[in-house]
Design a protein around this ligand. Structure first.
Ligand code: CO
Length: 211
């Protein structure tokens, strides 16, 4: 059997399973969505957002890109973020990186891979910001681990620096911003940091709103 056909067959079995438990499962699901969480994760096939968090369809609004980055000129993530914050009114935004991330690893090298290097350039900036700490780590694997964590941390701060998040913090005291790392070897998520609404930001990035 061709590999893609396996997916379509598995879909049929999945539908049957769901209907077994609740005959109206899909009808209820199709009505609307009101997820409480926005998940920003890596595109890596080994970090499926719903599986690792034990969540069901309808619970996570998801954006994934290479190395779970929040880029201020990327209309894709900005649109996802605005919709999640302004329309869905999510309570929590989770940036989830993972140890062993190929995108982060590439940023530690000088290898040229074409367009992807433009995207990963942002992680080189994270390296530069934390260069003193990272260059002080002699063991290569440990340094790689640490850059994965620092990348998550930086992306969480970048979220806080967006006008969408700052506006929602001021007006509605949400969302909470979380930075997590997934360990491919154990399956566990590590909770790195949380920014609560109103966390002081570097003044350079603050916006003043008229409404
Ligand atoms: Co990755």
């Amino acid at each position: 059997m061709e590999s893609y056909k396996k997916l379509l067959l598995a879909n049929k079995a999945w539908v049957a399973d769901k209907l077994d438990v609740r005959p109206d499962y899909f009808e209820r699901m199709a009505d609307d969505q009101s997820p409480e969480f926005l998940w920003i994760g890596c595109s890596d096939s080994r970090v499926p957002a719903e599986d690792v968090t034990g969540t069901e369809p309808g619970e996570l609004f998801v954006h994934r890109n290479i190395a779970n980055q929040v880029i201020h000129t990327d209309f894709n993530i900005l649109s996802v973020l605005q919709y999640a914050v302004d329309v869905l009114k999510v309570k929590h935004i989770i940036v989830c990186g993972h140890y062993g991330c190929g995108g982060v690893k590439n940023a530690l090298t000088h290898k040229h891979l074409g367009l992807i290097n433009k995207w990963l350039r942002n992680i080189k900036d994270v390296y530069r910001i934390h260069q003193r700490e990272l260059d002080g780590i002699a063991d290569q694997a440990t340094r790689f681990h640490r850059l994965v964590e620092l990348n998550v941390q930086e992306q969480v701060w970048k979220l806080a620096e967006t006008s969408f998040v700052q506006h929602a913090w001021q007006k509605e005291n949400r969302p909470y911003l979380h930075g997590w790392v997934y360990d491919l070897h154990t399956g566990y998520l590590k909770d790195l940091l949380m920014l609560t609404p109103g966390t002081p930001l570097n003044d350079i990035y603050k916006f003043e709103f008229e409404d």
